[in-house]
Design a protein around this ligand. Structure first.
Ligand code: PEP
Ligand code: MG
Length: 311
Protein backbone atom coordinates (compact mmCIF):
# COMPACT_ATOMS: atom_id res chain seq x y z
CA UNK A 1 0.00 0.00 0.00
CA UNK A 2 1.11 3.56 -0.64
CA UNK A 3 2.39 5.30 2.46
CA UNK A 4 0.02 7.89 3.86
CA UNK A 5 2.54 9.10 6.42
CA UNK A 6 0.20 7.83 9.12
CA UNK A 7 0.69 4.65 11.09
CA UNK A 8 -0.42 1.64 9.07
CA UNK A 9 -1.64 -1.74 10.13
CA UNK A 10 -2.91 -4.74 8.18
CA UNK A 11 -5.49 -5.79 10.78
CA UNK A 12 -3.63 -8.66 12.45
CA UNK A 13 -1.92 -8.09 15.79
CA UNK A 14 1.56 -9.54 15.45
CA UNK A 15 5.11 -8.42 16.27
CA UNK A 16 7.79 -8.06 13.58
CA UNK A 17 9.06 -11.54 14.49
CA UNK A 18 5.64 -13.21 14.39
CA UNK A 19 4.48 -13.22 18.04
CA UNK A 20 0.67 -13.00 18.05
CA UNK A 21 -1.13 -10.47 20.23
CA UNK A 22 -4.79 -10.06 19.32
CA UNK A 23 -5.88 -6.46 18.81
CA UNK A 24 -9.56 -6.11 19.71
CA UNK A 25 -12.19 -3.42 20.14
CA UNK A 26 -13.99 -2.12 23.22
CA UNK A 27 -17.63 -1.43 22.35
CA UNK A 28 -20.93 -0.45 23.94
CA UNK A 29 -23.23 0.39 21.03
CA UNK A 30 -23.84 -0.83 17.45
CA UNK A 31 -22.05 2.33 16.24
CA UNK A 32 -18.98 1.46 18.33
CA UNK A 33 -19.04 -2.06 16.92
CA UNK A 34 -19.16 -0.80 13.31
CA UNK A 35 -16.33 1.64 14.02
CA UNK A 36 -14.21 -1.10 15.62
CA UNK A 37 -14.79 -3.46 12.70
CA UNK A 38 -14.01 -0.69 10.19
CA UNK A 39 -10.77 0.10 12.03
CA UNK A 40 -9.57 -3.50 11.74
CA UNK A 41 -10.45 -4.99 15.14
CA UNK A 42 -9.90 -8.76 15.08
CA UNK A 43 -12.87 -9.12 17.38
CA UNK A 44 -14.25 -7.54 20.54
CA UNK A 45 -12.45 -7.90 23.85
CA UNK A 46 -15.02 -5.97 25.87
CA UNK A 47 -18.67 -5.37 25.10
CA UNK A 48 -19.97 -3.21 27.98
CA UNK A 49 -23.62 -4.31 28.10
CA UNK A 50 -24.63 -1.94 30.89
CA UNK A 51 -24.16 1.05 28.54
CA UNK A 52 -27.47 0.28 26.82
CA UNK A 53 -29.47 0.39 30.04
CA UNK A 54 -28.18 3.44 31.91
CA UNK A 55 -31.56 5.16 31.61
CA UNK A 56 -33.77 2.04 31.87
CA UNK A 57 -36.13 2.05 34.84
CA UNK A 58 -37.04 -1.63 34.50
CA UNK A 59 -35.04 -4.70 33.63
CA UNK A 60 -35.08 -5.12 29.82
CA UNK A 61 -36.83 -8.32 28.70
CA UNK A 62 -34.86 -11.22 27.27
CA UNK A 63 -36.26 -10.39 23.81
CA UNK A 64 -35.16 -6.75 24.12
CA UNK A 65 -31.72 -7.77 25.31
CA UNK A 66 -31.38 -10.37 22.55
CA UNK A 67 -32.11 -7.76 19.86
CA UNK A 68 -29.83 -5.17 21.46
CA UNK A 69 -26.90 -7.55 21.80
CA UNK A 70 -27.38 -8.93 18.28
CA UNK A 71 -27.12 -5.39 16.86
CA UNK A 72 -23.69 -5.01 18.48
CA UNK A 73 -22.50 -8.53 17.55
CA UNK A 74 -23.61 -8.29 13.89
CA UNK A 75 -20.38 -6.78 12.44
CA UNK A 76 -18.38 -9.60 14.06
CA UNK A 77 -19.95 -12.73 12.56
CA UNK A 78 -17.38 -15.52 12.76
CA UNK A 79 -15.13 -13.44 15.01
CA UNK A 80 -14.51 -13.61 18.76
CA UNK A 81 -16.55 -11.28 20.96
CA UNK A 82 -16.32 -11.11 24.75
CA UNK A 83 -19.64 -9.97 26.18
CA UNK A 84 -19.38 -8.62 29.71
CA UNK A 85 -22.41 -9.18 31.90
CA UNK A 86 -23.91 -6.09 33.52
CA UNK A 87 -21.38 -4.00 35.43
CA UNK A 88 -24.01 -2.06 37.34
CA UNK A 89 -23.10 0.20 40.21
CA UNK A 90 -20.40 2.73 41.16
CA UNK A 91 -19.84 5.04 38.13
CA UNK A 92 -22.59 3.21 36.14
CA UNK A 93 -25.62 2.67 38.40
CA UNK A 94 -28.69 1.00 36.84
CA UNK A 95 -31.86 2.07 38.61
CA UNK A 96 -33.43 -1.40 38.35
CA UNK A 97 -30.39 -3.03 39.97
CA UNK A 98 -28.86 -0.37 42.26
CA UNK A 99 -31.83 1.38 43.88
CA UNK A 100 -30.15 2.13 47.23
CA UNK A 101 -27.48 4.82 47.55
CA UNK A 102 -24.25 3.50 49.09
CA UNK A 103 -21.64 5.37 51.14
CA UNK A 104 -18.75 4.02 48.97
CA UNK A 105 -20.31 2.81 45.72
CA UNK A 106 -17.00 1.72 44.17
CA UNK A 107 -16.59 -0.64 47.14
CA UNK A 108 -20.21 -1.67 47.33
CA UNK A 109 -22.59 -3.98 45.53
CA UNK A 110 -21.48 -3.52 41.92
CA UNK A 111 -20.70 -5.79 38.98
CA UNK A 112 -21.12 -9.51 39.65
CA UNK A 113 -21.95 -8.75 43.30
CA UNK A 114 -25.39 -7.54 42.20
CA UNK A 115 -26.07 -10.99 40.80
CA UNK A 116 -25.47 -12.88 44.06
CA UNK A 117 -28.80 -11.64 45.43
CA UNK A 118 -30.58 -11.70 42.07
CA UNK A 119 -29.16 -14.58 40.04
CA UNK A 120 -32.28 -14.70 37.89
CA UNK A 121 -31.32 -11.33 36.35
CA UNK A 122 -27.92 -12.77 35.38
CA UNK A 123 -29.52 -15.95 34.04
CA UNK A 124 -31.91 -13.95 31.85
CA UNK A 125 -29.00 -11.91 30.50
CA UNK A 126 -26.97 -15.06 29.78
CA UNK A 127 -29.97 -16.55 27.92
CA UNK A 128 -30.30 -13.39 25.80
CA UNK A 129 -26.55 -13.40 25.04
CA UNK A 130 -26.67 -17.07 23.98
CA UNK A 131 -29.59 -16.32 21.63
CA UNK A 132 -27.88 -13.25 20.16
CA UNK A 133 -24.76 -15.37 19.54
CA UNK A 134 -26.84 -17.87 17.55
CA UNK A 135 -28.62 -15.04 15.68
CA UNK A 136 -25.38 -13.45 14.49
CA UNK A 137 -22.79 -16.23 14.26
CA UNK A 138 -20.34 -14.27 16.41
CA UNK A 139 -18.01 -16.49 18.49
CA UNK A 140 -19.33 -15.29 21.81
CA UNK A 141 -17.80 -15.77 25.21
CA UNK A 142 -18.96 -14.11 28.42
CA UNK A 143 -17.11 -12.55 31.31
CA UNK A 144 -18.12 -11.20 34.69
CA UNK A 145 -17.02 -7.82 36.07
CA UNK A 146 -15.82 -7.14 39.63
CA UNK A 147 -14.80 -10.65 40.63
CA UNK A 148 -12.78 -10.87 43.87
CA UNK A 149 -12.22 -14.61 44.40
CA UNK A 150 -11.89 -17.90 42.55
CA UNK A 151 -15.12 -19.06 44.24
CA UNK A 152 -17.01 -16.14 42.69
CA UNK A 153 -15.45 -16.91 39.32
CA UNK A 154 -16.53 -20.55 39.65
CA UNK A 155 -20.10 -19.50 40.52
CA UNK A 156 -20.28 -17.35 37.38
CA UNK A 157 -18.71 -19.89 35.02
CA UNK A 158 -21.16 -22.59 36.13
CA UNK A 159 -24.12 -20.32 35.38
CA UNK A 160 -22.67 -19.42 31.97
CA UNK A 161 -22.20 -23.09 31.11
CA UNK A 162 -25.76 -23.85 32.27
CA UNK A 163 -26.95 -21.18 29.81
CA UNK A 164 -25.16 -23.03 27.01
CA UNK A 165 -22.25 -20.59 26.63
CA UNK A 166 -19.12 -22.62 26.06
CA UNK A 167 -16.46 -20.05 26.92
CA UNK A 168 -16.57 -18.10 30.16
CA UNK A 169 -14.08 -15.95 31.99
CA UNK A 170 -13.79 -13.07 34.43
CA UNK A 171 -12.32 -9.64 34.63
CA UNK A 172 -9.33 -9.16 36.88
CA UNK A 173 -9.86 -5.69 38.25
CA UNK A 174 -9.75 -6.31 42.00
CA UNK A 175 -6.25 -6.79 43.43
CA UNK A 176 -7.34 -9.96 45.29
CA UNK A 177 -8.21 -11.60 41.97
CA UNK A 178 -4.81 -10.68 40.52
CA UNK A 179 -3.03 -12.06 43.60
CA UNK A 180 -4.95 -15.35 43.30
CA UNK A 181 -4.85 -15.57 39.50
CA UNK A 182 -3.55 -19.16 39.61
CA UNK A 183 -6.66 -20.29 41.48
CA UNK A 184 -8.92 -18.20 39.24
CA UNK A 185 -7.43 -19.85 36.15
CA UNK A 186 -8.40 -23.27 37.53
CA UNK A 187 -12.08 -22.41 37.03
CA UNK A 188 -12.21 -20.05 34.01
CA UNK A 189 -11.32 -20.30 30.32
CA UNK A 190 -9.70 -16.84 30.19
CA UNK A 191 -9.28 -13.59 32.11
CA UNK A 192 -9.26 -9.96 31.05
CA UNK A 193 -7.46 -7.32 33.10
CA UNK A 194 -9.51 -4.21 33.72
CA UNK A 195 -6.65 -1.86 34.38
CA UNK A 196 -8.94 1.14 35.03
CA UNK A 197 -10.49 -0.41 38.12
CA UNK A 198 -7.40 -2.40 39.03
CA UNK A 199 -5.48 0.90 39.32
CA UNK A 200 -8.32 2.49 41.29
CA UNK A 201 -8.32 -0.35 43.81
CA UNK A 202 -4.60 -0.94 44.10
CA UNK A 203 -3.93 2.75 44.78
CA UNK A 204 -7.15 3.39 46.74
CA UNK A 205 -7.67 6.31 44.35
CA UNK A 206 -11.15 6.98 42.98
CA UNK A 207 -11.02 6.89 39.16
CA UNK A 208 -13.55 9.74 39.03
CA UNK A 209 -11.53 12.13 41.20
CA UNK A 210 -9.10 14.25 39.18
CA UNK A 211 -6.98 15.14 42.22
CA UNK A 212 -5.77 11.52 42.50
CA UNK A 213 -5.40 10.89 38.76
CA UNK A 214 -1.59 10.68 38.97
CA UNK A 215 -1.94 7.54 41.10
CA UNK A 216 -4.27 6.02 38.53
CA UNK A 217 -1.56 6.17 35.84
CA UNK A 218 -1.41 2.77 34.08
CA UNK A 219 2.39 3.10 33.89
CA UNK A 220 2.61 2.78 37.67
CA UNK A 221 5.06 -0.04 38.38
CA UNK A 222 2.81 -1.38 41.18
CA UNK A 223 0.01 -1.90 38.65
CA UNK A 224 2.40 -3.50 36.16
CA UNK A 225 3.64 -5.91 38.84
CA UNK A 226 0.07 -7.14 39.32
CA UNK A 227 -0.28 -7.54 35.55
CA UNK A 228 2.97 -9.56 35.60
CA UNK A 229 1.52 -11.94 38.22
CA UNK A 230 -1.51 -12.52 36.02
CA UNK A 231 0.64 -12.97 32.91
CA UNK A 232 2.75 -15.59 34.70
CA UNK A 233 -0.39 -17.39 35.91
CA UNK A 234 -1.77 -17.35 32.35
CA UNK A 235 1.41 -18.90 30.97
CA UNK A 236 1.42 -21.53 33.73
CA UNK A 237 -2.25 -22.37 33.10
CA UNK A 238 -1.94 -22.32 29.31
CA UNK A 239 -4.95 -19.98 29.18
CA UNK A 240 -5.20 -16.43 27.82
CA UNK A 241 -5.03 -13.17 29.75
CA UNK A 242 -6.09 -10.00 27.94
CA UNK A 243 -6.20 -6.34 28.87
CA UNK A 244 -9.33 -4.29 28.20
CA UNK A 245 -8.59 -1.18 30.26
CA UNK A 246 -7.26 2.11 28.88
CA UNK A 247 -3.69 0.83 29.30
CA UNK A 248 -4.10 -1.29 26.17
CA UNK A 249 -4.65 1.83 24.03
CA UNK A 250 -1.13 3.26 24.61
CA UNK A 251 1.17 1.73 21.93
CA UNK A 252 4.31 1.60 24.11
CA UNK A 253 2.38 0.26 27.09
CA UNK A 254 0.68 -2.29 24.81
CA UNK A 255 4.16 -3.67 24.01
CA UNK A 256 4.99 -3.79 27.73
CA UNK A 257 1.74 -5.67 28.44
CA UNK A 258 2.55 -8.16 25.67
CA UNK A 259 5.99 -8.61 27.23
CA UNK A 260 4.31 -9.37 30.56
CA UNK A 261 2.43 -12.29 29.01
CA UNK A 262 -0.81 -10.62 27.92
CA UNK A 263 -2.10 -12.21 24.70
CA UNK A 264 -4.86 -9.78 23.65
CA UNK A 265 -5.36 -6.04 23.89
CA UNK A 266 -8.79 -4.45 23.67
CA UNK A 267 -9.29 -0.72 23.12
CA UNK A 268 -11.46 2.00 21.62
CA UNK A 269 -11.59 2.07 17.82
CA UNK A 270 -9.41 5.16 17.50
CA UNK A 271 -6.47 3.40 19.19
CA UNK A 272 -6.46 0.19 17.09
CA UNK A 273 -4.21 1.32 14.23
CA UNK A 274 -1.62 2.93 16.50
CA UNK A 275 -1.28 -0.17 18.66
CA UNK A 276 -1.35 -2.59 15.71
CA UNK A 277 1.29 -0.57 13.84
CA UNK A 278 3.57 -0.35 16.90
CA UNK A 279 3.42 -4.10 17.55
CA UNK A 280 4.30 -4.72 13.89
CA UNK A 281 7.50 -2.69 14.32
CA UNK A 282 8.95 -4.41 17.38
CA UNK A 283 10.29 -7.87 18.18
CA UNK A 284 8.89 -9.83 21.07
CA UNK A 285 12.17 -9.80 22.99
CA UNK A 286 12.04 -5.98 22.87
CA UNK A 287 8.59 -6.20 24.48
CA UNK A 288 10.01 -8.43 27.20
CA UNK A 289 12.94 -6.07 27.73
CA UNK A 290 10.55 -3.10 27.90
CA UNK A 291 8.44 -5.02 30.43
CA UNK A 292 11.42 -5.81 32.64
CA UNK A 293 12.53 -2.18 32.57
CA UNK A 294 9.07 -0.83 33.40
CA UNK A 295 8.55 -3.35 36.23
CA UNK A 296 11.81 -2.36 37.89
CA UNK A 297 11.22 1.41 37.53
CA UNK A 298 10.64 3.66 40.53
CA UNK A 299 7.74 5.63 39.07
CA UNK A 300 5.52 5.95 35.96
CA UNK A 301 7.84 8.40 34.19
CA UNK A 302 10.86 6.17 34.68
CA UNK A 303 8.80 3.16 33.57
CA UNK A 304 7.86 4.93 30.35
CA UNK A 305 11.46 5.95 29.65
CA UNK A 306 12.75 2.44 30.32
CA UNK A 307 10.15 0.95 27.98
CA UNK A 308 10.87 3.49 25.23
CA UNK A 309 14.59 2.73 25.43
CA UNK A 310 13.86 -0.95 24.70
CA UNK A 311 11.31 -0.26 21.97
C1 PEP B 1 -11.69 -1.50 33.63
O1 PEP B 1 -12.08 -1.37 34.78
O2 PEP B 1 -10.49 -1.38 33.30
C2 PEP B 1 -12.62 -1.83 32.54
C3 PEP B 1 -12.18 -2.16 31.34
O3 PEP B 1 -13.95 -1.75 32.79
P1 PEP B 1 -14.75 -0.39 33.04
O4 PEP B 1 -13.87 0.74 32.58
O5 PEP B 1 -16.00 -0.54 32.26
O6 PEP B 1 -14.97 -0.41 34.52
MG1 MG C 1 -13.99 -2.03 35.45
Amino acid sequence: AESTGRAEWNGTGVTADGYRVKVLGNVGTPEDAKAAAASGAEGVGLFRTEFSYLSATEEPTVAEQRAGYAAVLAPFAGKPVVVRTLDAGADKPLSFLNPEPEPNPALGVRGLRVAFDRPEVLDRQLAAIAEAATDTGAQVSVMAPMVATAAEADWFVKRARAAGIARAGVMIEIPAAALTAREVFEVVDFVSLGTNDLAQYVFAADRQVGAVAALNDPWQPALLRLVALVGEAATAAGKPAGVCGEAAADPDLACVLAGLGVSSLSMNAAALTGVGAKLAKVKYDQCQLAARGALAAANPKAAKLAARAAL
